[in-house]
Design a protein around this ligand. Structure first.
Ligand code: HEM
Length: 121
């Protein structure tokens, strides 16, 4: 389990610290040019879905954050301990309250616009 966790490269490698990509590791490229960070692989057999995956991920997260407030039942920070598996899953199920932020009519409107205009929204 050394991949992406080498302490010679990553400070506090087991800490969830996405800000590291804005600060001390800000220049690290995720498209396979920097071998310390290759979640999409690198070279001829690297992931052909990289552009689709990154755009759809941004779009989905932006839509969720625009439309809903997220909180935990006790207002405690999320426990993001990871479990075992081929893909990275949480060790324990996530309990979260999802509350609409917008008037309900806008969700129908956004849905229709999204279907009509696709991902250009
Ligand atoms: C966050 C999403 C994704 C991640 C992290 C990811 C990651 C990877 C990784 C690590 C590989 C292996 C690269 C290697 O062997 O060096 C791979 C291969 C591949 N991925 Fe993805 N992938 C993602 C999404 C997608 C999507 C959306 C598609 C298709 C629409 C896709 C299609 C493929 C294919 C066909 C391969 C095999 C390429 C080959 O062996 O030549 N992936 N992906």
């Amino acid at each position: 389990m050394k991949l992406h966790r080498d302490p010679k490269i990553w400070s506090n490698p087991d800490t969830f610290d996405p800000e590291r990509f804005l600060t001390n590791q800000g220049g690290v490229d995720f498209r396979g040019h920097n071998y310390e960070f290759i979640q999409f692989g690198s070279g001829r057999r690297s992931c052909p879905g990289i552009t689709y995956a990154t755009q759809v991920t941004h779009l989905a997260i932006a839509h969720l954050l625009q439309g809903f407030d997220f909180s935990t039942p006790s207002d405690e920070p999320l426990d993001i301990k990871e479990g075992l598996g081929v893909t990275m899953r949480k060790a324990d199920p996530m309990e979260v309250f999802i509350t609409p932020r917008l008037p309900s009519v806008l969700y129908n409107f956004l849905l229709v616009m999204y279907v009509l205009c696709g991902s250009s929204l």
